[in-house]
Design a protein around this ligand. Structure first.
Ligand code: P1T
Length: 385
């Protein structure tokens, strides 16, 4: 029988070491050493040479992360954007074209549109909720498709299986940023994705205390290229942050269940309020892509967005009234957060693009933490009054 998700989250990568001289730690130690001594110059000790190339704490995390997605390979980076950059550097070259979802984390869009464009990598953004839009955007120089599902911050859903078929048909690499659902709720490799990327800063780390990113995949050729550049470029996760991420990942399943419970309760509560224009949460039956989401995930996650009636000032005022939700960027930690994408996480997206896509000034994004549900609802009830 296959080992369950939480069992893997707790044990994989952290099997106690019983070899002579080892201490049998049940939690992998933080190996801070940047270099590893050898008895003989030509023989690295247990494969370790230098921490940028490989570190025992990071290796434990990489094994755990691969196991959570049921992947062959896992790699850990210093941030989600470092992971994204290393994928692009490894799999693309000047002249290549990327097709991106028109709703992506603002930093990912900035990376593609403002950084890699300088290296002659072009990008077209399409509404990937309609898979045919991706097919229509394919050019002879297209090489890669980059999607999130659900997207940040509009919680749009892409039919990953359908897009994987299009990718295969045209020989394109499908990258899925699975940060919002984590491998607990969605496993894009099983749906046909080639490469899965995470900001482990979010749910996998889970405690808003360790920045990090990861890549998991089964394709050996892509793995070798990305692993080569993990060392060659050097945006690796530190031993301490690897430890924190290992620690966080162990409780991913129980946290995700409570995040989801709180997000659904808030979404249902907000839907009833006349002060709210619209609520975006794929777990709501009236979400336009609820059925597709349900067909490819085992849950809908802990992030929701909603649009308030009024102005930016009203949205700012509303956030200042919340007591349990810190007004802050990021998501996926145990504590609840709220933010205004237009002036925070997506401020780097040009205003006309934001407006065209539906990121209005009164759109508020919530990362539901794992506090008691009733307390979060009560906080919202008071703030809305
Ligand atoms: O922040 P970093 O670890 O570099 O990860 C970037 C990133 C990548 N992908 C998604 C879907 C993300 O949401 C992020 C980071 N997002 C935020 C900081 C935010 O508040 O949306």
């Amino acid at each position: 029988m296959a080992i369950g998700f939480s069992t893997r989250a707790i044990h994989n990568g952290e099997e106690p070491d019983f070899r002579a001289g080892a201490s049998g730690d049940v939690a992998v130690p933080i190996h801070l050493s940047t270099t590893f001594a050898r008895l003989k110059a030509g023989s690295p000790t247990a494969g370790y040479e230098y921490t940028r190339s490989l570190n025992p704490t990071r290796k434990a995390l990489e094994e755990k992360l691969a196991s959570l997605d049921g992947a062959k390979y896992g790699l850990a980076f210093s941030s989600g954007l470092a992971a994204a950059s290393t994928i692009i550097i490894s799999l693309l070259k000047a002249g290549d074209h990327v097709i991106g979802f028109d709703d992506l984390y603002g930093g990912t869009r900035r990376l593609l549109s403002n950084v890699f464009v300088n290296f002659n990598i072009s990008v077209s953004y399409v509404d990937a909720t309609v898979p045919e839009n991706i097919e229509k955007a394919v050019k002879p120089e297209s090489k890669l498709i980059w999607i999130e599902s659900p997207t940040n911050p509009l919680l749009k859903i892409a039919d990953i299986r359908a897009i994987a078929k299009i990718a295969k048909k045209h020989g394109l690499i499908l990258v899925v940023d699975n940060t919002f659902l984590s491998p607990y709720f969605q496993k894009p490799l099983d749906l046909g994705a080639d490469v899965v990327v995470y900001s482990t800063t979010k749910y996998i780390g889970g405690h808003s205390d360790a920045l990090g990113g990861s890549v998991v995949l089964n394709n050996e050729e892509y793995y070798k290229k990305i692993a080569y550049n993990q060392n060659a470029v050097g945006a690796v996760l530190s031993p301490f942050d690897s430890y924190l991420t290992l620690r966080g990942a162990k409780t991913l399943a129980v946290r995700m269940e409570q995040h989801q419970k709180n997000a659904l309760a808030l979404a249902e509560f907000l839907q009833k309020s006349p002060k709210i224009k619209r609520v975006l949460y794929p777990g709501l039956k009236n979400h336009p892509h609820h059925d597709i989401a349900a067909s490819q995930t085992t849950g809908f996650g802990g992030v929701l967005s909603f649009e308030l009636e009024g102005t930016l000032a009203d949205a700012e005022n509303f956030l200042s009234k919340l007591k349990l939700f810190s007004t802050a960027e990021s998501l996926g930690g145990v504590e609840s957060l709220a933010e205004i994408p237009a002036i925070m996480t997506h401020a780097s997206v040009p205003k006309e693009v934001r407006e065209k896509n539906g990121i209005s000034d009164t759109l508020i994004r919530i990362s539901a933490g794992i506090e008691n549900t009733e307390d979060l609802i009560e906080d919202f009830r008071k703030a809305l009054e």
